[in-house]
Structures are given as structure tokens and as C-alpha cells.
Design a protein around this ligand. Structure first.
Ligand SMILES: Nc1nc2c(ncn2[C@@H]2O[C@H](COP(=O)(O)OP(=O)(O)OP(=O)(O)O)[C@@H](O)[C@H]2O)c(=O)[nH]1
Ligand SMILES: [Mg+2]
Length: 286
């Protein structure tokens, strides 16, 4: 699967982030806890280099908790504190203001020593599309001020939002990078919903995802779709099995493969299948 996509508004956002960096004290980088490596935009990392960075592993309710804590330690060792949150329930959100204040402490001390009045810590919230930046900000602010929706590309312009714990948060539109490093990265971005559905083949992504879950979390499939005995060798055949269990049939009794692919991806994304993390810190090259 070769996806190449970098719409004009993403290039603009990248420039905007570069320009606005001087306005903020720290960067809060939102990653998807299911794919902490693939959801980290190398391009934005380069642009925001030099700013203290807090890493937030969002959607941790959908990720494997053991691997999430491995990722937290991994990032901390690399020099960025990281914390897992679930921006739907708010779990983990309370830790964020303290961590952000700590990262900005040096800058605040410098401002105070030059006689400036105390002000909220200014944080730029960055991340790929649909990772939950606006949800995270709304949870932190305790009100729905940032626009959200379950598809990539919702936030269009930047927006400042005041939150408790003396934070000023800048919401930014999601940015991907001009070319994905490899097929595994684009597959994971598509499977988790970071890329718009009209630019990849949902059926291919569903087959790939099914193959990955068959290998890595087989018990989740057995539990969800009540499959006993051996799995079929081919993922396409496995989709047929799921389709029949679910009664997703076309007139004439054939399995509606497109529909099964949609349902399967939806159940994966909503957490109904279980909690999955698609990459571990050990696999990471950098
Ligand atoms: N399960 C789960 N879903 C989440 C979480 N945070 C956000 N979501 C879902 O992710 C979707 C996207 O959230 P947004 O906050 O709009 O994402 P965004 O990063 O602002 O997206 P863009 O503005 O398009 O870049 C929404 O449908 C949320 O329901 C979370 O912690 N857990
Ligand atoms: Mg948004």
C-alpha cells in the first residue's frame, strides 16, 4: 500500500507551527498510544526542535496497557516526559498541568527574574489528524471549546483555549508528512483512522489488520467472533468466517466482503475487539 498525501492545508499548518513556535513555552505532542512510533510526525519534530516537549499518549483506553507503560519509559529515557491519557473519560488528564508547568519552570523563572508578571504556561498542542488533540484540549479545559469529530481534518485554523492549572493551549490542525517512510507506517495510520478513508482501500487495510491480529492477539478474535478451532490460513477467508458469524450477507447468501471489512475496522477502532498496540519501543529504529 503506497499512500502519498500531503494536502495544501497541511503544508500551511506546518509553516504556521514554525511561525507560532516563538509564542509558546512548551510543545505538547499528542501521539496515538496504539502506534506511538508511526503517529510521531518526524517533520513536525524537526520544526519544533529546541522547545521542551511533553508527550501525551492519547487513546490509551484502546491500547495495550503493558506496552503503554513501556512507551512512557522509552520517551522519558529519550528526554521527553510522557504520560498516557484517555481524552474520552478524562483518565490521566489531571497529571498534565503539573507536568507542563514543570517543563516550563525554567522559562517562567527567567521571566520572573526579569520582572515580568506571572502568566499561564503557553502550550502548543500538535499531532497527526484525528489523534484526539481537540478532545484532549476540551477535557483539559473542562468545556467543549475546540471542535471535534470522528474523522481526520476537523480543526482547520489555530485556536487558543484557556485551561485549568494555569495553561493556555493552542489547538492546531493535524499534520501528516509528505511521504510515509514505509508501507507498515501507512497501514497503521490507515487502520487507526489518521488518514481520510477516501484515499486508501478499506478492504486491503481490513485484511492486513486481520492478519496482524490473527498473529498477535488471536484470543481477541476468538472471543469477539466466537471462533473455535484453527484459523483459516488466508485473511480473506477469515473475513468470510466473520461475515457469516455476523450474518453480513448479500442477497443470494454470499458474504458482503465490503461490509465485513467496514464492520471489522469499526470494531477495532472503537475498542470492541480489545486493546491493541501495534508497535513496541524495541522495534523502533531511532
Ligand atoms: N477511544 C478514544 N477515542 C478518542 C480519544 N480522544 C479522542 N478520541 C476520538 O478521536 C476522534 C478525533 O478526535 P479529535 O479531538 O477531533 O481529533 P483531532 O486530533 O483534533 O483531529 P483533527 O482536528 O482532525 O486533526 C473523536 O471521534 C474522538 O471520539 C481517546 O482518548 N480515546
Ligand atoms: Mg482537532
Amino acid at each position: 500500500m503506497d499512500i502519498q498525501w500531503f494536502p495544501g492545508h497541511m503544508a500551511k499548518t506546518r509553516q504556521q507551527i514554525k511561525r507560532d513556535l516563538g509564542l509558546v513555552d512548551i510543545v505538547i505532542e499528542i501521539l496515538d498510544a496504539r502506534i506511538p512510533a508511526s503517529s510521531q510526525n518526524p517533520d513536525i519534530n524537526a520544526v519544533t526542535k529546541g522547545k521542551p516537549r511533553l508527550i501525551v499518549l492519547n487513546k490509551s483506553d484502546l491500547a495495550d496497557p503493558v506496552l503503554t507503560s513501556h512507551w512512557e519509559s522509552f520517551f522519558l529515557k529519550k528526554g521527553s516526559p510522557a504520560t498516557a491519557v484517555d481524552s474520552l473519560s478524562g483518565r490521566g488528564i489531571k497529571r498534565v498541568p503539573g507536568m507542563a508547568q514543570k517543563l516550563a519552570a525554567k522559562k517562567m523563572a527567567t521571566l520572573a527574574s526579569s520582572g515580568r508578571r506571572p502568566r499561564p504556561t503557553r502550550c502548543m498542542v500538535v499531532g497527526i489528524p484525528n489523534v484526539g488533540k481537540s478532545y484532549f484540549i476540551n477535557k483539559l479545559a473542562g468545556r467543549n471549546v475546540a471542535r471535534t469529530e470522528d474523522k481526520p481534518g476537523i480543526t482547520r485554523g489555530r485556536q487558543w483555549i484557556r485551561a485549568a492549572g494555569s495553561l493556555d493551549l493552542m489547538d492546531t490542525p493535524g499534520v501528516l508528512w509528505p511521504k510515509f517512510a514505509d508501507a507498515a507506517v501507512s497501514f497503521r495510520l490507515a487502520a487507526t483512522g489518521a488518514i481520510k478513508e477516501d484515499i486508501y482501500d478499506l478492504y486491503d487495510v481490513a485484511c492486513n489488520l486481520l492478519g496482524w491480529i490473527m498473529q498477535n492477539y488471536p484470543h481477541a478474535l476468538r472471543r469477539r467472533y466466537k471462533i473455535a478451532g484453527e484459523f483459516p490460513v488466508e485473511t480473506a477467508e477469515m473475513l468470510q468466517v466473520i461475515g457469516r458469524t455476523r450474518g453480513l450477507l448479500l442477497a443470494g447468501g454470499k458474504v458482503d466482503a465490503t461490509r465485513v471489512a467496514q464492520v471489522f475496522i469499526k470494531e477495532f477502532r472503537s475498542g470492541k475487539l480489545g486493546r491493541f498496540t501495534m508497535e513496541a519501543p524495541e522495534d523502533r529504529q531511532v
